[in-house]
Design a protein around this ligand. Structure first.
Ligand code: NAD
Length: 156
């Protein structure tokens, strides 16, 4: 094998720990770079966030709205007993925030939201989280967490 094509022949630079690390965009003449010199930065424009009225989802929404005001945020939540719209009161009336009460198991609704809002990113936090409920109605619990997640991830 031509040694110039071996991954072990890429240039190295000292790391802060004293060892050697592959340089970003490390490249030996004649061989392809190990990774692009400029890192790819993902820039979402329109995010569908499920379960946004719950604990984790609402905090993520508030963070995104504060740090990335240019994002269009669409929240889909069924508003179960554990959730509260009060978690999102700071976002009410914001032009780039849309709240929709609905079920992630409604595939047509999820697809329609993706199309209407030109969604390019889905963040999925909707789930049945209370273990006690899983004892009483485990099938509904499983349906929501598995089927709903499948609809959400296949919407685009
Ligand atoms: N809370 C934690 O400390 C923690 C830690 C790690 C991971 N997680 C995970 O994060 C996710 C969210 O957790 P959480 O604590 O925010 O839960 P939560 O119960 O506070 O919120 C869940 C939200 O999902 C909504 N929801 C449930 N089923 C729905 C459905 N079929 N359609 C639409 N909306 C629906 C509820 O109305 C609620 O607003 C879960 O997957 C959980 O396992 C939570």
């Amino acid at each position: 094998m031509d040694p110039s094509h071996s991954m072990f022949h890429a240039p190295v630079q000292p790391s802060s720990s004293g060892g050697a690390a592959l340089a970003a965009g490390a490249h030996v003449s004649g061989s392809p770079p190990l990774r692009p010199a400029l890192p790819y930065v993902y820039q979402p424009r329109s995010i569908l966030l499920t379960g946004g009225a719950g604990f984790i989802g609402s905090n993520v929404l508030l963070h995104l709205a504060t740090e990335y005001p240019e994002y269009h945020l669409v929240c889909l939540d069924r508003l179960d007993a554990c959730s509260s719209l009060a978690n999102l009161s700071a976002l009410q009336g914001k032009p780039r925030f849309t709240f929709v009460q609905g079920d992630i198991c409604n595939a047509a609704l999820v697809r329609q939201l993706c199309n209407t809002h030109d969604v390019d990113t889905i963040m999925h936090f909707a789930s049945q989280t209370h273990v006690d409920n899983s004892f009483g109605n485990s099938l509904a619990f499983t349906y929501s967490n598995v089927q709903g997640k499948t609809y959400t991830t296949q919407a685009r």
